[in-house]
Ligand binder design. Structure first.
Ligand code: NOJ
Length: 567
């Protein structure tokens, strides 16, 4: 028997995101994250590089991408895949030369793409010249890092300053004989934290921003920002009840995260970027902030163009209902509206999390991709998600991620981020067309033979076909500038409505494992609904026109996008 679900008049959100004149380039961009080690190798060494990226810019333009963000490309011992930087103003030779970078900036701008770099202010590599000099107390570097003499027990033994734990597990303090002191590292042992109590560090890092801005970059994704500053009383953090002192979750982060000085630094960086604003140009700051909503919103207040919205990663999973997704969307929209902050953004994946398809399965992953593209503001796509790449199983021997390595052979599979970082699958040739070298820095997923961009370009029904087609809808005024309303129809169907003037787009997503019938008659003021796109299970609907909206059907775990023009 068919279940008829009538419109349950739960208007979850109305009319947020009014159309704004003078919208800036970044406010409605499709942003694409490139993980340089895995995007495209141009010289056959098995690792991606800048010339490889340049050779593939056409993939971005064909996919309606407006801007791309590069994970770190600076010199690095690669303990944390480039997030351990040994020189903030140079290019790692694995990725190429400064000339290659300049060529990439030019090619990107010629292709009307904005280019954004990763700015990693919290820490450097322990191989950075500053740390090497700090270790030897050479001025002015002595206090460039967070050093502490430790606590001296009555018997003379020196112990760690406090119970702070590193994000990657184990103590956040490491002893150095040379200096007879502990240094702080909120991430890997090889990533010492910079000391923002030191004005030289503050000014050096501003110069790092200026260096890249002078090269023409359009902005920065700011790494690990909540961890930037610490409370300098160095007190123990309260315990959470987790019995393992090596687990990051052992303590409550009241002294090592979200400190006021961190926000003050963001304000300072914004001033630096504003030195470069012209009437036609603006450079941007995007914050990587895994923190609570209040502290996330605070970045807007302190000058960030936007903090990433990780709600679709951290607040939902395979079992989430239509209402759960609706709640994530509304919570974000309401919060930015409350502080009058304007630009929303939607992140569904990145190099630190399991791949979208692996987390949710094909059908749900497709719905989430649709959400990120149809919702107001910035959509963020991690490379490979546009073709539905899946996590790759990596052996212990091949594991590179310090978070995996720290967890040991028994625990690495749960902790390692390597499975989501394997080479991009371009085609079905050697190493998936990523490299001419059959040996790549992380193994290529064996499914590349069938799961690759070239194959998906030939299939109407592929993940990439969905990505491309739905991305095109971002050009429509209703999606670009329209209002957003979300409706929950019954328990399982979520509808996103974007509207401007007489034009509307309806994205209907069925989270149930069975077909749902729904009534859009009170929502649609147009004479007809045209099906613009439908996911795999509903493909027969594509191109159809409906004039009666009272009993529309959407198959199990499918999504349908309708267009309507009112008279
Ligand atoms: C966040 C980055 O996304 C992650 O990959 C890295 O390990 C940490 N920050 C430390 O830089």
């Amino acid at each position: 028997m068919k279940v008829v679900i009538t419109l349950c008049a739960i208007l979850l959100l109305s009319s947020l995101g009014h159309s704004k004149p003078n919208v800036k380039w970044w406010q409605e961009m499709s942003l694409y994250q490139i993980y340089p080690r895995s995007f495209k190798d141009s010289n056959g060494d098995g690792e991606g590089d800048l010339n490889g990226i340049r050779s593939k810019l056409n993939h971005l333009t064909e996919s309606s991408v407006d801007a791309f963000w590069l994970s770190p490309i600076y010199p690095s011992p690669m303990v944390d895949s480039g997030y351990d930087i040994s020189d903030f103003v140079s290019i790692d030779k694995t990725f190429g030369t400064m000339k290659d970078f300049e060529d990439l900036v030019k090619a990107a701008h010629d292709a009307r793409l904005k280019i954004i770099l990763d700015f990693v202010p919290n820490h450097s590599s322990d191989q950075h010249e500053w740390f090497q000099k700090s270790l030897k107390s050479i001025e002015p570097y002595t206090d460039y890092y967070v050093w502490h003499k430790g606590n001296v027990l009555p018997n003379g033994t020196v112990t760690k300053p406090n119970n702070w734990v590193s994000v990657f597990g184990k103590s956040a303090w490491t002893w150095r004989e040379e200096r007879q002191a502990y240094y702080l590292h909120q991430f890997a042992v090889e990533q010492p934290d910079l000391n923002y109590e030191n004005e030289n560090v503050v000014s050096e890092m501003k110069d790092v921003l200026r260096f890249w801005l002078d090269k023409g970059v359009d902005g920065f994704r700011v790494d690990a920002i909540p961890h930037l500053c610490e409370d300098v009383r160095f007190l123990d953090e309260p315990l959470t009840g987790n019995p393992n002192p090596d687990d990051y979750g052992y303590t409550e982060k009241i002294y090592t995260k979200d400190q006021l000085r961190t926000y003050e630094m963001v304000r300072e960086w914004r001033k630096v970027l504003d030195e470069y604003v012209t009437s036609v140009d603006e450079r941007i700051l995007m914050m990587e902030a895994y923190t609570n909503m209040t502290m996330t919103m605070k970045y807007y207040e302190y000058g960030a163009h936007f903090p990433f919205n990780f709600g679709l990663i951290t607040e939902t999973d395979r079992d989430s209902t239509a209402a759960d997704f609706g709640r994530v969307i509304i919570t974000w929209m309401l919060n930015i509206w409350l502080i009058n902050a304007g630009t929303a953004n939607w992140v569904a994946g990145n190099h630190d999390n399991s791949r979208l398809v692996t987390r949710y399965g094909q059908e749900r992953a497709q719905m989430i991709t649709i959400m990120t593209l149809v919702l107001p503001g910035v959509s963020v796509t991690y490379n490979g998600e546009e073709i539905g790449m899946e996590d790759t199983w990596i052996s212990w021997e091949d594991t590179k991620d310090p978070q995996g390595c720290n967890a040991g052979k028994e625990g690495y599979e749960k902790a390692s981020r390597d499975p989501a970082r394997t080479p991009f699958q371009w085609d079905n040739t050697t190493s998936a067309g990523f490299s001419t070298n059959p040996k790549t820095w992380l193994p290529v997923n064996k499914n590349y033979v069938t799961l690759n961009l070239a194959a998906q370009k030939q299939q109407d029904n592929s993940y990439y076909a969905l990505y491309k087609r739905v991305s095109e809808i971002r050009m429509f005024a209703a999606v670009k500038r329209g209002t957003l309303k979300t409706h929950l129809l019954g328990n399982n169907v979520l509808v996103l409505v974007r509207n401007i003037d007489k034009y509307s787009v309806y994205a209907v997503m069925n989270f149930a494992n069975e077909e749902e019938t729904f009534d859009l008659s009170t929502l649609v003021q147009a004479p007809q609904l045209n099906v613009y796109y439908a996911t795999t299970n509903a493909r027969n609907l594509i191109g159809m026109i409906f004039k009666d909206f009272r009993a529309l059907k959407v198959p199990a775990s499918a999504a349908v996008i309708y267009l309507a023009t009112a008279m």
